[in-house]
Design a protein around this ligand. Sequence first.
Ligand code: ZN
Ligand code: ZN
Length: 124
Amino acid sequence: MAEIQKYMRQMFIILYKEHEWTIEMIAKQFRMKERTVAAIVEKREQTSHCLYCGKELKQTLGHRQKEFCSPACYRKWRKAHVFSSTAKHVCQLCGKEFINPYHLSAKYCSKLCRDKAYKKSRAI
Ligand SMILES: [Zn+2]
Ligand SMILES: [Zn+2]
């Protein structure tokens, strides 16, 4: 794409998104066809990038927005994401750090600690 077109596109998108211009207003201001402006502004809407590898994704209008280029990327992203978000679990009974990729709100490092904690709460 030519530099000038890229520049125009960015400007249209800023006007449309941040200044809340309508497509009609932009078309009038720049003496362009509304259809052309709409195509430029909405084209941007349809492209996004894979959350894992950053590859450009082609979105299909009327379909749910894709977030990943492939199921493999989704699995890798999920794994990385889940593990990083659970890395700082601290057992509420023994204070040990642990990772639980399946329960984001896990409180205890093991079944043993969970059972002990349960018994403790019952004893009070
Ligand atoms: Zn990907
Ligand atoms: Zn524990």
